[in-house]
Write a protein that binds this ligand. Structure first.
Ligand code: 2BA
Length: 109
């Protein structure tokens, strides 16, 4: 059994959750915050059988979009250090960041 942890855009989460449910896959939605943008995103957790990982990842792939977000330069954002404080820049946020890990034990009471 595997645990899929997927960080996605808030706007994509609903479609992904609906598709998981339609495909009989279980999923949990958590509100999260990206460390770089310090803006809200969604973290999805799904425990799936090994042979379901491909189908689950495909659902996320098919229902997520890359987006350009505006970020204000702050001095702690080293990437933008050459720009003035509070100057706005565009950052391309990917469709999804996905981790697939082994589950040592799965317990449900
Ligand atoms: P954030 O950390 O808010 O990052 C948003 C986007 O900002 C990133 O998109 C990337 O394009 C850019 N970015 C992040 N760190 C940067 C840096 N040091 N210099 C320049 N640009 C930077 P994604 O890479 O698609 O990541 C989207 C979100 O996925 C991230 O939001 C974070 O919440 C999560 N994430 C990505 N990689 C991760 C990882 N290795 N571990 C944990 N969470 C991760």
């Amino acid at each position: 059994m595997k645990l899929i942890i997927a960080i996605v855009h808030d706007q994509d989460a609903g479609k992904i959750i609906d598709e998981f449910s339609d495909n009989n896959l279980k999923i949990t939605k958590m509100s999260s915050t990206g460390g770089f943008m310090q803006a809200g995103n969604t973290t999805l957790l799904s425990g799936v059988e090994d042979d379901e990982v491909g189908r689950a990842v495909k659902i996320i792939e098919d229902n997520s979009e890359s987006r350009q977000e505006i970020v204000k330069n702050k001095s702690h954002k080293k990437h933008f250090i050459k720009q003035k404080e509070n100057e706005e820049s565009k950052v391309s946020v990917g469709r999804a960041t996905i981790f697939v890990t082994d589950i040592e034990r799965f317990i449900k009471f």
